[in-house]
Design a binder for this molecule. Structure first.
Ligand code: HEM
Length: 385
């Protein structure tokens, strides 16, 4: 399965369709509208639940944030609404769970995954179903709407990534698989890269704000101030959100959704004093770097967003030890979209609701390809006056 592997995901850097979106600001501006739109069902669902419970109740926020995140990615990348993409997301989620429960020997021996164990059969079946669904959407997905904006920059609202993938499948001769493999692998990468990562980050953000009320108040004050007098959220408003940006940066330091980064040694190399033979897969433990006291200080394990007051570069030494989005030429191509998505959802939620911890919450971060709360994230949500 493709997931941030050394050979995968080149598409977003290479394809001409992605370059067409290189007017990043225009693209993100379009995305802001789309994300705001996708947040409406989330807000309406919580408002109606609170209406029926006197304005305050416990909500499993992680489930709702996952749906919201899937909706954004489905709209942005697959040109369909969540209902159409729902089946793919649901099966990919099952696949993610099945893979994370796989025997650890799978990681040690390439052959283990071919044994006909119950788990391997389940994974094989899910892989097949997901493949058929993705190829079906890909064969239908050409209904994008193109607009020329006031800067003369063409951006598209739907299907861009899907069309990039389909175009890229025929322009990537070095890919070690068929054109269909290329499409399926890259769609999976987008799903895990674009959906789970931001959903768990938003979830951890709310948990940290619920347990640090002073930061919640500061973040809310900023959200309300930034949006005062505005009828809608735009990219310029998001750019000004300093406190909320620091909260997100600190959250992805403490709970890095992508906790491992992988590289393959293409030739024999020396890393420091260590000889690394060609073909070795190197795993870089981002989550461990992010909690290293030698890098961050004795309070490395604490939630202290103001360590990012002067930006991510000044927050630690050596500076490259902060790498939530990876590093180098394969750095996450969705990082700006992720930040926009997180800022929009935090502004929307903090402007309407207050969050406090639930007695039902059990703190158990669990590595399931991303780092997610092992027993969900119940929070007490209260409607603001
Ligand atoms: C908080 C949110 C996110 C985090 C923490 C995150 C983190 C990462 C990391 C660590 C990598 C590996 C980079 C490397 O190897 O140097 C990566 C790759 C990738 N991400 Fe993200 N990501 C996020 C959101 C997104 C979004 C929203 C998308 C797209 C919609 C996305 C798409 C991808 C893709 C396609 C790759 C593979 C790039 C390649 O191999 O060339 N990610 N991400």
């Amino acid at each position: 399965m493709a997931l941030y592997g050394p050979m995968r995901g080149r598409l977003l850097h290479q394809s001409s369709s992605w370059r067409r979106l290189s007017c990043m600001e225009c693209y993100l501006q379009v995305m802001v509208g789309l994300i705001v739109e996708a947040s409406v069902p989330l807000l309406e669902a919580w408002e109606s639940m609170l209406d029926n419970s006197g304005g305050s109740r416990e909500i499993d926020v992680d489930d709702y944030l996952r749906s919201f995140s899937a909706d954004v990615i489905a709209r942005a990348c697959f040109g369909s609404d969540f209902a159409t993409g729902q089946e793919i997301f649901c099966k990919l989620r099952q696949l993610q769970k099945a893979i994370s429960q796989q025997d650890t020997l799978v990681g040690l021996s390439g052959l283990w995954k071919y044994l006909p164990t119950k788990r391997n059969k389940e994974i094989g079946e899910l892989e097949r179903e997901v493949r058929l669904l993705i190829l079906d959407i890909a064969s239908r997905g050409s209904s994008s709407s193109n607009n020329n904006n006031k800067n003369g920059c063409m951006h598209t609202t739907h299907d861009d990534l899907l069309r990039s993938i389909v175009d890229g499948a025929h322009q990537c001769p070095s890919y070690p698989g068929t054109a269909e493999d290329f499409i399926v692998d890259n769609c999976k990468n987008i799903y895990f890269g674009g959906h789970e990562t931001t959903a768990v980050t938003a979830t951890w953000c709310l948990m940290l704000l619920a347990t640090h009320p002073a930061w919640q108040d500061r973040a809310r004050a900023e959200a309300l101030e930034a949006c005062r007098g505005c009828t809608s959220i735009d990219f310029e408003i998001l750019r000004r959100l300093k406190t909320i940006t620091m909260v997100i940066q600190e959250t992805i330091r403490l709970y890095s959704p992508a906790s491992l980064m992988m590289r393959e040694a293409l030739t024999d190399v020396k890393l420091g004093g260590l000889k690394v033979p060609q073909g070795t897969i190197i795993q870089i433990a981002i989550a461990v770097q992010h909690l290293d006291r030698d890098v961050w200080g004795q309070d490395a394990g604490e939630f202290r967003p103001d360590r990012f007051a002067n930006g991510a570069v000044a927050a630690c030494k050596p500076t490259h030890m902060y790498m939530p989005f990876g590093h180098g030429p394969r750095i996450c191509p969705g990082q700006h979209l992720a930040m926009v998505k997180l800022k929009v959802v935090l502004v929307r939620l903090l402007s309407k609701f207050a969050f406090s911890p639930s007695p039902r919450y059990q703190h158990a971060p669990l590595f399931r390809l991303t780092v997610e709360p092992g027993f969900g994230m119940p929070l007490v949500v209260t409607r603001l006056p």
